[in-house]
Design a protein around this ligand. Structure first.
Ligand code: PMP
Length: 404
């Protein structure tokens, strides 16, 4: 049974004060807060198992290796990947995307097309622009509409036999729109293109099934899922991961090294050069356990209730405009007050202990579409409450009064 007050007891940070006021944390799309169970798992690793993995003959190294590989299996099970070696542990979504973009350098040629969406985070734009510069491939964009949805009829027309890769996010970090990835994957596959889905914002809210989606690559960051920073994952279909060359060279990723020639290790190690974030990987597994114990159905139902409540209360404020009004959205509310700069509102809210994000949210093309410098973004999580939303709404009203 979902009980938000019980859940909040797991998060020590939620009971701290900021500027003398109880913290109301609404910057969950930037990073989520960390439950005690996950903090304990970090301490447990350094207190009991700290050792380098995969090469030690001694007990500690074997214990750490087992825990690290068990975490990979947990991640595999969570995303329903067919094999655990299809899960590459990375430093986060950005690293995962760059790994794939780099690998495609040798697979693309001049005249090939890659398609991106207008709703992307910069980390799912810039690596592909760099890839186009290296290969001479063209970057094409699925446009968005006023509601913050992708225009699928244009996508249909962009697809051709030249399309080699389509990449888009599952959920937009700036607007919360849930993109029709099932449709995109099906259509892209019909022309023989691969699809990469950036799940950084989806994974805190829903549990993706990579086999049911039939997606080629899917990426996520642990720190948005109650886990630590500096660790994330790349799911790739085995055939694709075998086709891509390694991203970085170093220890751990080799089978044999001589000065004449090096052969690479099998998956997943081929993509995991150097000592990884061992504690991070193990604790990523603990964070996934924590979220699954609460249950993604319960999380989604509660967050929908919060989103509807907050949307309705905020819209009642005169001069407040919400950007991203799709019916298919999760708990991100991006808004502005008429004639007031978002940064000024964010600064006043901070004085009241309310954490929101202001600016372009690493998605400048979306801001350009709306002709605004940025928005105030309140992003909700399953540990937020209606009382906190009331505090936010009162804070926004106060900011409006002070700044008008
Ligand atoms: N994609 C999206 C949609 C995001 O929201 C973010 C993080 N804000 C990223 C990618 C990058 O994630 P990270 O910084 O953890 O690599």
């Amino acid at each position: 049974m979902f009980n938000v007050q019980d859940i909040r007891k797991d998060f020590p940070i939620l009971s701290r004060k900021v500027n003398g006021k109880p913290l109301a944390y609404f910057d969950n799309a930037a990073t989520s807060q960390t439950p005690q169970q996950v903090i304990d798992a970090i301490v447990d690793y350094y207190a009991n198992y700290n050792a380098n993995i995969h090469r030690g003959v001694h007990t500690l190294s074997q214990e750490a290796t087992d825990l690290y590989e068990q975490a990979r299996q947990k991640i595999q099970a969570h995303f329903n990947a067919k094999f655990s070696h299809e899960i590459i542990l990375t430093s986060g979504a950005t690293h995962s995307i760059n790994l794939v973009a780099n690998g495609f350098s040798s697979l693309l040629k001049k005249g090939d097309d890659i398609i991106v969406s207008a709703l992307e985070h910069h980390s799912n734009i810039v690596p592909w622009q760099m890839l186009c510069e290296r290969t001479g491939a063209n970057l094409k964009v699925i446009p968005m509409n006023e509601d913050g949805e992708l225009v699928m009829s244009v996508f249909d027309n962009l697809l051709s036999k030249n399309t080699k890769l389509v990449f888009l996010n599952h959920i937009s970090n700036a607007l919360g729109t849930i993109n029709p990835i099932e449709y995109v994957i099906e259509k892209a596959h019909q022309v023989g293109s691969a699809v990469l889905v950036d799940g950084a914002q989806a994974c805190p809210h829903i549990k993706p099934d990579v086999q049911a989606l039939d997606v080629d690559f899917y990426v996520a960051s642990a720190h948005k899922m109650c886990g630590p920073t500096g660790v994330g994952m790349l799911y790739g279909k085995e055939a694709w991961l075998n086709k891509l060359p390694p991203y970085q060279g170093g220890g751990e990723m080799i089978a044999e090294v001589t000065f004449e020639k090096t052969t690479y290790a099998d998956l997943p190690h081929k993509f995991e050069a150097g000592t990884p974030n061992i504690a991070g990987g193990i604790v990523f597994g603990a964070a996934i356990d924590y979220m699954n114990n609460i249950g993604f159905d319960a999380i989604a139902a509660y967050e929908k209730e919060l989103l509807d409540y907050a949307t309705q209360k905020l819209l009642a404020i005169d001069g407040l405009k919400i950007y991203g009004t799709s019916k298919n959205k999760t708990s991100v509310i991006s808004f502005n007050l008429e004639n007031i700069h978002p940064y000024d509102v964010g600064t006043i809210l901070d004085k009241l202990g309310i954490a929101v994000r202001t600016g372009h949210h690493c998605a400048q093309p979306i801001m350009d579409y709306y002709g605004i410098p940025g928005t105030i973004r309140a992003s909700l999580a399953f540990y937020n409450t209606k009382e906190e939303i009331d505090t936010l709404v009162e804070g926004v009203k106060k900011a409006k009064m002070m700044l008008s």
